[in-house]
Design a protein around this ligand. Structure first.
Ligand code: ZN
Length: 129
């Protein structure tokens, strides 16, 4: 059986497509208000449309990179941020923990590049009691 579509039939869309349609119409209204032209009447050449598209895609890529970094940051929080001021901690040295106390391990010394706070990360061995 062949389904027949009549003029005026509404195509069912999901909420997602509905949202996109609303946003496209809102952008069209903003464009008309701002530039006084519509997509139909805008006097741009093919080349100018290509340049616009290229610029929009570059913006989109930059936004995507920002989102990737936000997502990556939340998955792997930075370890080089000063607890006090948020400045960048700069690695200074690693020492054998044995030289400083009677335990095996590593003591890593970092210094904040903003407030000069000094930070030591001291490795903890497994419980061997
Ligand atoms: Zn600091």
């Amino acid at each position: 059986m062949v389904s027949k579509r009549n003029k005026g039939d509404e195509i069912q869309m999901s909420r997602i497509e509905d949202e996109v349609c609303k946003k496209i119409q809102a952008r069209a209204a903003v464009g008309k208000e701002k530039y006084g032209v519509t997509m139909e009447t805008a006097p741009l050449s093919k080349l100018e449309w290509m340049v616009h598209l290229s610029e929009e895609l570059m913006d989109a890529t930059v936004y995507l990179q920002k989102l990737i970094e936000i997502e990556t940051e939340s998955a792997h929080p930075r370890r080089d941020v000063c607890w006090w001021c948020g400045g960048k901690l700069i690695w200074q040295a690693d020492h054998d923990k044995e030289d400083l106390m009677d335990e095996e391990g590593i003591v890593t010394h970092l210094q904040c590049s903003s407030c000069n706070a000094s930070v030591e990360y001291i490795s903890q061995g497994e419980d061997d009691e």
